[in-house]
Design a protein around this ligand. Structure first.
Ligand code: KMT
Ligand code: NI
Length: 180
């Protein structure tokens, strides 16, 4: 995992867009973003024991695996890729553990509204808190396989950023939690 400020240069979302300015884990943590390294096997098998431990501690009851690629998403590929990259929030945490491939999670720094790009590789696990504005894109390798964990039923509803999300109580709770 490496985190850095997005360069804001227009162009292909799959390119690194690396401004060269790194972002430390402490900064991510201050935004409520949590990160762990949980090495996967050479064939991309999860470390089930380590995942179970985190799931127990944080009350994640369910999990599944998503293959984000042309092959994995089939006819839904174009629309999903577009949807993932629309800036949005959720009313629950978004937890992802990368098993194979790679991709970028972009999270908004508050209150500057700068994008922080988080380059994810196998063994990287991340928690995006409820209420944070974010988006996701594949990189040039065009494929990622990730475990998704969640507390109860999957609540995948993305709320695209706008007046309504600015007024969403979960967004308000998030801002209070990070002390803004
Ligand atoms: C999401 O919610 O943005 C995704 O599931 C993206 C693919 S998981 C790496
Ligand atoms: Ni999301």
């Amino acid at each position: 995992m490496r985190a850095y400020y997005f360069d804001n240069v227009p162009g292909d979302q799959r390119l690194p867009h690396d401004s060269g300015k790194s972002v430390l884990l402490e900064k991510l943590s201050a935004l409520g973003v949590h990160y762990w390294s949980i090495p996967v096997s050479p064939s991309g098998e999860p470390d089930e024991e380590a995942v179970d431990r985190i799931a127990r501690e944080r009350d994640y009851k369910n999990r599944d695996v998503i293959d984000v690629s042309r092959q994995g998403l089939g006819a839904a590929y174009e629309s999903k890729i577009k949807m993932f990259f629309e800036e949005h929030m959720h009313e629950d945490e978004e937890i992802r553990y990368i098993l194979a491939g790679s991709g970028f999670f972009d999270v908004r720094e508050h209150p500057t509204d700068n994008w922080i790009r988080i380059a994810m590789h196998p063994g990287d696990m991340i928690v995006l808190p409820a209420g944070i504005y974010h988006r996701f894109t594949l990189d040039e390798a065009d494929r990622i396989r990730a475990m998704r964990l969640f507390k109860d039923e999957p609540k995948w509803t993305p709320y695209n950023r706008g007046h309504e999300t600015d007024a969403n109580p979960i967004r308000g709770e998030y801002l209070r939690a990070i002390g803004v």
